[in-house]
Write a protein of this length. Structure first.
Length: 412
């Protein structure tokens, strides 16, 4: 039930919401001090979001596509703006840099603050010659300077991403480190291991590096022929990867795209997770490594490359092992060490679970996000930017200076 005491936050993505966007939905569902509503251009065939929570620019058809294109090129969408304005939102939170760029006219029209989360490739890609990117990303890439100068606040999902945002000249005072977090109650140990399985989860793309997992598993199977490699994910390289696996491996499965629940079941069955993500020639790199955190929360060791933000999640030699990028033989050696030693798997699993609960619990991370929301709203009101004093109506207890008093927050 909607609460009039909670300010509304618009969660904006162009496509709402793909199967890989579970982290956006989980964070949104964990909000307790704000009431979320979703807005975007179109509904993707992916995660289920209640119709009453979604506001779409493009309902389909030729006219809908024209409205979407006009909005992206000019920011003109009066009927869409009117619908969103009727919600009386407090702020707009866009996920991924391109969506933040396209959301700028909405925030300006509604006179509310804009918050943009950078997740990884949306800030790490530097050279589009090596990237088969869609037109919208190229348009954003060419106009990124407008987002920098927009007055928006920017969230980085890791220290690695934060460094990239700073390197690209975004205003330091506007950048906040906010880990997305994982649901450690949902992702918790429930061992169902019956045989030795190396699990790999991710889209079949160059950045996810499944080629190196296949080559490493081939080395492992020379010593441990009963080990099976299970790959979950869909993508443009899947057929090439299947050919390589057929040539290289004794035991393997390609399962394609799977739901979050199915991935969790396979994590329970697996002996460990392998995360062979790499930095591509375009600069694309792992911004956080959600699957890596989820696996550790479930008590599974992780073997990965020292790439992107992954070293922020894995403690080398304590919760798993890190090899240098593209060194599949080192990857194979670490996989073999863990697969041969059940006690080591148990120790790494316990340490990984403890670390994820302590550092990346979803509720803790979302409370931090809400502190940033309140900070942004307070700063905007001091500038006189927010709409007609509505913050005071959401939070009527005000201090002597007239500013809205924010609720107290749990620390961490």
């Amino acid at each position: 039930m909607s609460s009039p005491m909670k300010p509304k936050v618009i969660i904006y993505e162009n496509l709402l919401l793909g199967l890989t966007e579970t982290f956006v939905q989980a964070q949104t569902n964990a909000l307790s001090q704000f009431e979320p509503v979703y807005a975007g251009s179109r509904k993707d065939v992916g995660l289920d979001v209640g119709k009453e929570q979604i506001h779409l620019l493009n309902p389909g058809g030729v006219w809908g596509n024209c409205r979407e294109l006009a909005f992206k090129l000019t920011g003109f969408a009066p009927e869409f703006m009117k619908r969103l304005g009727a919600l009386r939102p407090a702020l707009l939170h866009a996920h991924h840099g391109p969506n933040g760029f396209y959301a700028m006219p909405i925030a300006q029209n509604l006179k509310i603050p804009l918050v943009v989360t950078f997740h990884g490739s949306d800030i790490t890609i530097r050279d589009l010659r090596f990237e088969k990117s869609y037109w919208g990303f190229r348009y954003y890439f060419a106009n990124k300077g407008k987002l920098k100068a927009s007055g928006a606040s920017f969230l980085a999902v890791s220290r690695f991403v934060q460094r990239k945002v700073l390197e690209q000249g975004f205003p330091p005072e506007k950048i906040h480190l906010v880990y997305t977090g994982i649901d450690t109650r949902k992702f918790r140990p429930a061992p169902a291991e019956e045989r030795r399985i190396i699990l790999v989860v991710g889209r079949c793309t160059e950045q996810k590096g499944q080629e190196f997992a296949i080559r490493a598993a081939s080395e492992v199977q020379k010593q441990l022929p009963d080990v099976e490699l299970v790959l979950i994910g869909e993508g443009p390289l899947r057929s090439d990867l299947e050919r390589l696996a057929k040539q290289s491996l004794r035991r393997y499965q390609f399962l394609g795209a799977r739901t979050s629940e199915e991935v969790r079941e396979w994590m329970n069955r697996a002996s460990l997770l392998c995360m062979p993500s790499v930095t591509t020639r375009s600069g694309a790199a792992e911004g956080f490594g959600m699957v890596c955190a989820e696996a550790q929360a479930m008590g599974k060791p992780v073997v990965a490359f020292r790439s992107g933000a992954i070293p922020e999640i894995i403690s080398n030699g304590t919760t798993g092992f890190l090899a240098e990028e593209r060194d599949y033989k080192a990857l194979a050696e670490y996989l073999s060490i863990i697969l041969k030693d059940a006690e080591l798997r148990r120790q790494f699993g316990l340490a990984g679970r403890e670390a994820m609960v302590r550092q990346f619990d979803l509720e803790q991370c979302t409370r931090h996000l809400e502190r940033v929301y309140w900070e942004v709203l307070g700063a905007d009101r001091r500038r006189g930017g927010t709409s007609d004093g509505t913050i005071l109506r959401w939070n009527p207890a005000a201090n002597s200076s007239g500013e809205a008093a924010c609720p107290s927050y749990p620390q961490g």
